[in-house]
Write a protein that binds this ligand. Structure first.
Ligand SMILES: [Zn+2]
Length: 174
């Protein structure tokens, strides 16, 4: 459960008005999934949170919707940001969301979709693999060397290609 303080009521302002939006609220769980698939991962914006595989459950009952999210790893700072983005998107869509965090079973990189892996490669990030990056995302060479265990975000490590000499990020979370 993500705790968020309720906004203070503003006298005579929007607080008591019904939610108005252009289209009808999502009517099916598929509609909700489609909406969530538009929310980017805050650390790697080329992939969505559904690409990442962290949305584990969507349950729609009228306008009430429950969404369970699994952090990519315990204490991942992006998880809170993602929960807020999900809540805001569902509120904007006219739904009443309850966003929960589900840590069991833990997220694994196997939950990344194949589409997400391809998007990562095109963005210059080597997708996760059991024994480190399988190939340079720039030239495809398989001779690669780790430069640093730490990358631009906690989920990434710095590697370099021995063939084209380009550095690249490796998505290491699992
Ligand atoms: Zn290369």
């Amino acid at each position: 459960m993500v705790a968020r303080p309720a906004p203070a009521p503003v006298p005579g302002a929007l607080a008591d008005r019904p939610v108005r939006r252009d289209g009808p609220p999502p009517a099916t769980e598929g509609d909700v999934w489609a909406l969530l698939s538009q929310i980017p991962d805050p650390e790697i914006p080329v992939i969505s949170i559904t690409d990442l595989g962290i949305v584990r459950e969507v349950a729609l009952d009228g306008r009430a919707v429950r969404v369970a999210i699994t952090p990519t790893y315990s204490g991942c700072p992006a998880t809170f940001v993602i929960a807020i983005a999900v809540e805001a998107a569902l509120l904007d869509a006219g739904l009443t969301p309850t966003v929960t965090s589900r840590i069991d079973p833990p997220w694994t990189t196997d939950w990344l979709t194949e589409a997400a892996r391809e998007k990562l490669r095109r963005y210059g990030i080597a997708p996760p693999a059991t024994r480190g990056p399988e190939a340079c995302p720039h030239c495809g060479a398989t001779t690669v060397t780790q430069v640093s265990r730490h990358g631009s975000t906690p989920c990434k490590a710095q590697w370099r290609c021995d063939a084209c000499a380009e550095p690249f990020d490796y998505f290491k979370c699992h």
